[in-house]
Design a protein around this ligand. Structure first.
Ligand SMILES: C[S@@+](CC[C@H](N)C(=O)[O-])C[C@H]1O[C@@H](n2cnc3c(N)ncnc32)[C@H](O)[C@@H]1O
Length: 325
């Protein structure tokens, strides 16, 4: 059974202001919960393009959404290929994009996907099962420096060096094959008082490896900018994030897109080239209400940000490297 709780569902659908004859793109169809709400609001002229790089997710979504199959095109692809895939269908303008980032509950719960530090499984963590790079390769083949770098950047783990050192030592004896072995190595590298604070001791390192395996931040930044170009004026982009790195990237990109470029003081108007292409729908991120938090733990870390296009896109508004710092 593919069961995923769709986070911030009402808020997201309301925020997208769906037009019944519009073109919509769910970049992360997952279990299809958000897509179902979008598709049910479309008429025969509207269309939903539903992307997922996980074949199991896509199959489950097809089944769940079969009543609306005449209005939905399913695309098995990383959302990095948004523009290319949509252009194959002649789509150059879209009314709304949704990104509900991260992994789905079935991906986490299915031990053999290797995402979970609670279940022992082969080190994998690929969202796209046909990808070559796996967590096994990252853990066993990446250099000490590369590991320290991803643990600091993507896991914000203060014991990054110690953990990378323990990994290096362990794999000299034999390859680290499973999530269980990795959890033990991490626990061993974190001083006991710190181990007892701030959730599971392996949480941050698993997040870091998952982001590295799936190149999540780079891919998201690229896709977000493809969406910015493809959104028509009055169209919207909604993004749900689950950790501070992707939320920071989204927040900074939206801020850059919604801030006019400075103009010389003596100019009476802001020239078109300097006018921000988007406006923020809410300054602060939308978070889950208590009723949702009671139903779903994962909603605690969810943040929804929405922007609306108000002017043509201009590449000067790209948010480039900032998130890499
Ligand atoms: C949180 S779930 C989405 C849940 C969905 N909104 C629902 O209501 O059921 C995230 C999904 O996005 C997919 N995903 C994550 N990164 C992706 C990417 N770069 N390209 C395509 N799909 C991606 C994952 O495979 C997963 O199925």
């Amino acid at each position: 059974m593919f069961e995923h709780y769709s986070v911030l569902k009402e808020e997201t659908i309301k925020g997208l202001e769906i037009k019944p004859n519009g073109i919509y793109v769910d970049c992360t169809v997952g279990g299809g919960g958000h897509s179902l709400e979008i598709a049910s609001r479309l008429n025969e002229n509207g269309r939903l393009f539903a992307f997922d790089q996980d074949t199991q997710a896509l199959e489950a979504a097809k089944e769940r959404l079969h009543v609306y199959q005449d209005r939905i095109t399913f695309i098995h692809s990383n959302f990095q290929g948004l523009e290319e895939n949509l252009s194959e269908f002649g789509i150059t303008q879209v009314e709304g994009f949704l990104f509900d980032l991260g992994v789905s509950s079935p991906q986490l719960d299915q031990a053999d996907r290797g995402f979970s530090y609670h279940q022992d499984a082969k080190l994998d963590m690929r969202m796209n099962q046909s990808q070559v790079l796996t967590a096994y390769e990252v853990v066993n083949e990446w250099s000490y420096e590369q590991l320290v770098s991803i643990f600091f950047r993507y896991g914000e783990e203060k014991f990054s060096k110690g953990i990378a050192r323990k990994i290096e030592k362990a794999r000299e004896e034999k390859p680290i094959g499973t999530t269980g072995e990795l959890v033990e190595i991490i626990k061993d590298a974190i001083p006991a008082p710190a181990r007892r604070k701030g959730g599971h001791p392996a949480k941050r390192i698993f997040q870091a490896i998952r982001i590295a395996v799936n190149d999540e931040l780079e891919v998201f930044n690229q896709a977000l900018h493809q969406a910015a170009k493809l959104t028509g004026v009055n169209g919207r982009i909604a993004v749900i994030t689950f950790h501070s790195l992707e939320d920071r990237l989204c927040k900074q990109a939206f801020k850059t897109w919604s801030t006019d470029k400075p103009v010389p003081r003596n100019l009476p108007i802001v020239p078109e080239t300097h006018q921000a292409p988007f406006k923020l729908i809410s300054r602060k991120p939308i978070i889950a209400q208590d009723s949702e938090l009671d139903e779903n733990r994962r909603s605690r870390s969810a943040k929804l940000r929405i922007v609306e296009k108000i002017n043509e896109w201009n590449n000067d508004f790209r948010y480039e490297e900032g998130w890499k710092k």
